[in-house]
Write a protein that binds this ligand. Structure first.
Ligand code: ADP
Ligand code: ZN
Length: 612
């Protein structure tokens, strides 16, 4: 067995590397700069933690997120690795103490916030330490084109330059677009780096989009079908968070909330309630989640459509990090598009940019929003759509998303398409989607009257077609280039060179429409601990179900004693595996995934006792 595999088993309790991990570990051990691009939950940390334990000297990990550092360091300490973090959550005294211990060589792995790097106190330590590797986690933060550019990340290069000896540099990110990747290599000055990209697919995640009339009722129904499970509900605004949280609380759900408007202390306490599983459901804005790697999140519901696919995939990806089945459901409404448009048009974050750049950024954001909207309307495989967005090729059918599992019929929408294209043309390509649809549907609004659209020849022409269907056809026409929407702030619908064929009836427009939308929870109910994650399709029997609950209770008890979140003790997956293997001896216990020697010493006998 290679040394890396031994370490993987001994400290982390895993039998094998996942896709990409071994290559990355080996590359680092060869002393080569290394760049890993892996989706959330793929297991990036192992890729630098394993070599860190093999290499002589200290590994520094740069991370922008305090919560992530804390979590990872706790996890490492639990596994018997000496690690520490240095960031603003420490008092001056604690910080000095930690630095002192670091200087004595007490830590193998040190997490540090980028803004600390070139401070005198940190340099005082670093310039005399034996630093063998520098890890840049969330490396997309160095790129202006990334989603979360952090100027403090630019200090990394300055820091490296000042070191007496250049360490091996490794960088990791989950952001896949090409421009950002190139940026990372250029800006971090990676030398002839080994670049490893693993697939972005997360097969254990089930995806669905719904456009319910009553979002709240639909979501509540979903929650009732998932009793006792951890989940996140993402909302677009603080107002929605408060509203959804309030109603759920009122109905007796175990729920907490998180958004940037809450006082620091409350936010932190709520986050911990969720992580420590004291609250089952977290209702939050996108401010929540960066760096939270609670591995047993069983569902992520988006109460609103987020602003782009990057955000969606990242947020949804917080489900099922333990590899067990989990669900990602997006509840769409037309208003979500309007709200996101508003955010783009009133973006305060880009005020430092000059006018031209700002306009470019807004344009790009609108384009991203458009692609997000298409996701909500596509009748094709949702996973396939997502993978294609990130530049990969899916199989076209995944069998684990709402579209793959729904029954569709192909319907002829040529007449509707004709009406839409005709209305766009006859109103001289001056209006956005809503105005066109309202006109065709014969709406009697002030806006319609003001622009005299009630006199348009197409007014009310499609009054009998339900609005949602009009929208679907409208989106289909845009997706396939029969119409185009401008990327400026007005989002005007324009004709294309393909429009005329529709108008002249030369082109038959066929599209897939759902016959019935099954509720995902109904399809997947009870699948959570059953038949997933490489344990075969054996469903838990009653006895195993009871055993699982027993192990879970023991885990909670230990977590309380140790003051760490339950999943840091053992993941759900580890408990499931135990239920299946029913270990009776130390050797058998060590063969359970996620049980390393250090953890065995600490908890092994207590868990073994459950099986006697
Ligand atoms: P990322 O940083 O890529 O989002 P993490 O490093 O947090 O992902 O890993 C996600 C989960 O997968 C963690 O619970 C981790 O312990 C687990 N994991 C990582 N590598 C392996 C492996 N080789 N075998 C089993 N589980 C693993
Ligand atoms: Zn699918």
């Amino acid at each position: 067995m290679s040394q890396a595999k031994k370490i993987l088993k001994q400290y982390f309790g895993y039998d094998s590397f996942r896709e990409g991990q071994e290559e990355l570990v080996e590359s680092i051990l060869e002393g080569r700069d290394t760049f890993g691009i892996m989706p959330t939950g793929a297991g990036k940390s192992i890729c630098f933690q394993v070599p860190a334990l093999i290499m002589e000297g200290i590994t520094l990990v740069i991370s922008p997120l305090i919560s992530l550092m804390k979590d990872q360091v706790e996890g490492l300490n639990q596994a018997g690795v000496h690690a520490a973090y240095l960031n603003s959550s420490l008092t001056a005294g604690q910080y000095q103490k930690a630095l002192g211990l670091a200087a004595q060589g007490r830590y193998k792995i040190i997490y540090v916030a980028p803004e600390r790097l070139v401070t005198d106190s940190f340099l005082g330590f670093a310039l005399h330490a034996d630093i063998s590797m520098l890890v840049v986690d969330e490396a997309h933060c160095v790129s202006q084109w990334g989603q979360d550019f952090r100027p403090s990340y630019l200090k990394i290069m300055e820091f490296i330059e000042r070191l007496p000896k250049r360490p091996v540099i490794s960088a990791f990110t989950a952001t896949a677009t090409k421009e950002v990747r190139d940026d990372i290599i250029d800006i971090l000055l990676l030398q002839n780096p080994r670049v490893v990209t693993t697939g972005f697919d997360r097969p254990n995640l089930y995806f669905a989009v719904q456009s319910p009339k009553d979002k709240y009722a639909s979501m509540k129904n979903f929650l009732e079908l998932h009793p006792g499970q951890s989940g996140i509900i993402y909302c677009l605004t603080r107002k929605y968070v408060e509203e959804v949280y309030g109603r759920l609380k009122g109905e007796g759900f175990s729920v907490t909330k998180y958004h940037a408007g809450l006082p620091d202390g409350e936010r932190k306490a709520n986050q911990e309630d969720f992580i420590y599983s004291r609250a089952q459901i977290m209702v939050a804005t996108n401010a929540f989640g960066m760096g939270i790697d609670k591995s047993d999140v069983r569902f992520v519901v988006h109460y609103n459509m987020p602003k782009n696919m990057e955000s969606y995939y990242q947020e949804a990806g917080r489900a099922g990090r333990d590899g067990e089945a989990a669900e990602c459901v997006l509840l769409y409404a037309g208003q979500d598009v309007v709200t996101n448009q508003f955010f783009i048009d009133n973006n305060k974050e880009n005020q430092d940019l000059d006018e031209i750049t700002r306009r470019l950024v807004a344009q790009r954001d609108r384009e991203r929003l458009k692609k997000m909207t298409f996701y909500c309307f596509t009748n094709e495989c949702l996973r396939d759509y997502t993978l294609r967005y990130f530049g990969e090729y899916g199989s076209g059918y995944c069998g684990n998303c709402a579209n793959c599992l729904s029954h569709f019929e192909t319907v002829d929408v040529t007449e509707i398409a004709k009406g839409i294209v005709g209305c766009v043309g006859s109103s001289r390509q001056r209006f956005g989607t809503n105005m066109i649809i309202d006109t065709l549907h014969g709406a009697n609004t002030a806006k319609i009257r003001n622009y005299r659209m009630d006199a348009n020849p197409h007014y009310g022409e499609l009054a009998k077609v339900p609005l949602y269907k009009l929208r679907k056809v409208m989106n289909h026409l845009q997706l396939y280039g029969y119409l185009n929407v401008t990327n400026d702030e007005y989002a005007i619908v324009k004709l294309t060179e393909k429009s005329e064929a529709v108008l002249l009836g030369k082109e038959q427009i066929m599209m897939k429409m759902a016959k019935e939308q099954e509720h995902p929870a109904k399809i997947k109910k009870g699948k959570v601990r059953k038949g997933t994650a490489g344990f075969g399709d054996a469903a838990f029997n009653k006895e195993e179900e009871e055993m699982f609950e027993k192990l879970r209770a023991l885990r909670t008890e230990i977590a309380r004693e140790e003051g760490v979140p339950p999943y840091i003790v053992f993941s759900d997956k580890t408990l499931v595996h135990m239920c299946i293997l029913k270990p009776a001896t130390k050797e058998e216990m060590l063969s359970v995934t996620g049980v390393g020697e250090f953890k065995y010493e600490k908890y092994g006998s207590r868990f073994l006792a459950c099986f006697r």
